[in-house]
Design a protein around this ligand. Structure first.
Ligand code: SAH
Length: 346
């Protein structure tokens, strides 16, 4: 069993069961999270007998990197092989003043968005907390000298809020002082709109929230993001109004621009009306094509016109430039071929 995935509380239980003093739990947490220890032998201040017990019961870290591919723009995609052979992808994305890690929450995804490659895999399974966290430790090994991850986004494979309890535990470990000490302000959870989970999550932990909207009518959203049939626009946006946000925070609405589908001036005007009453900003995303997608990216002119309409409507709107497309590491291109080597899938 992987020890990296246990909360301080769980480590305390383990320490108590082993008849050790309570403060050993925090020491253990520091080693496995803060100092990224790879073996119990390193933990010299722990009693030798306790270390032997731990060695017998636990491993540190659950997954291994099968391979990493590097894009011409510096984006790196890691194909992570899990213990049972399932594969997930994790992406390191350099920006001007940041280095973002894009984390997967599930192997595959059950949400069925029409324009997303991961959806075509279906849901293989949830990741456990250790597997979610292992992506951070594996990614750190791929960094160049002087590089440090500054931002974390749950925008890899899967729907994070469909794996809620394990996600929450991972977020607690990431943001706690006894854990990895990452500021919640630097973590974004992106969801296709599992409304109840959005409220619950932000009440627990002040991460940033991104909502994948992509459509301004239920008719279209039902079709391209079918979770909309369960949580239609009205429900979703009312929930967005209610979620507890820190003082000046806003929800980011992601909007993949699909040619002739959702990229018209009417769509932009409807978006202004829908989001006007909310603390919102919009991130327009170029659609990243993949084989058999059945959609085309909107033209740059259409994206810029769309952005201009949003801005005239007093909505902050940015355009997300596509990164890592040459290694199929861009948004919506993550697709792990089970059983195939990474080289085969490139
Ligand atoms: N399930 C979550 C997080 C994973 S997807 C969610 O839906 O938000 C991360 C982002 O990539 C989402 O906004 C998603 O809609 C977008 N995306 C999916 N397929 C894409 C594609 N082919 N091109 C561009 N963006 C895509």
């Amino acid at each position: 069993m992987d020890i990296r995935g246990l909360t301080l509380e769980e480590l305390e239980q383990l320490v108590a069961a082993a008849g050790e003093k309570r403060f050993r739990a925090e020491q253990l947490a520091r080693w496995i999270y803060g100092r990224a220890a790879e073996s119990f032998d390193q933990m010299l201040e722990l009693p030798r007998e306790f270390r032997e017990k731990l060695k017998y019961q636990f491993k540190i870290g659950s997954a291994a990197t099968a391979s990493a591919a590097r894009s011409s723009d510096g984006t790196r995609k890691l194909l992570v092989a899990l213990a049972d052979g399932e594969k997930i992808e994790t992406v390191i994305i350099p920006g001007r003043d940041r280095l973002t890690l894009c984390i997967s929450s599930q192997a595959g995804c059950a949400m069925g968005c029409a324009f997303c490659a991961t959806a075509r895999m279906g849901l293989r399974r949830n990741l456990d907390t250790g597997e979610i966290l292992s992506q951070l430790f594996l990614a750190r090994r791929e960094l160049d000298a002087g590089e440090e991850i500054t931002n974390y986004v749950f925008m890899g494979m899967g729907e994070p809020l469909a794996n809620y309890p394990r996600l929450l535990k991972a977020l607690k470990i990431m943001t706690s002082r006894w854990g990895m000490g990452i500021s919640a302000r630097r973590i974004t959870v992106s969801t296709v709109g599992l409304a109840p989970g959005m409220e619950r999550l932000l009440a627990e932990i002040p991460v940033r929230l991104a909502v994948s909207l992509h459509a301004t009518t239920d008719e279209l959203r039902d079709r391209i993001a079918p979770l909309n049939r369960r949580y239609p626009l009205k429900t979703l946006l009312e929930t967005c109004k209610r979620v507890p946000l820190k003082h000046r925070d806003r929800i980011t609405f992601e909007y993949v621009m699909l040619r002739g589908v959702n990229d018209s001036a009417d769509d932009a005007r409807r978006l202004v009306r829908l989001l006007g009453p909310l603390r919102a900003k919009v991130n327009l995303i170029f659609f990243n094509p993949f084989a058999g997608a059945g959609f085309e990216p909107a033209s740059r002119a259409a994206v810029e016109d769309f952005q201009a309409i949003l801005q005239r409507g007093n909505l902050t709107a940015t355009i997300r430039e596509s990164r890592g497309a040459d290694i199929a590491a861009a948004c919506g291109q993550l697709y792990a071929e089970q059983g195939a080597s990474h080289a085969d899938s490139l």
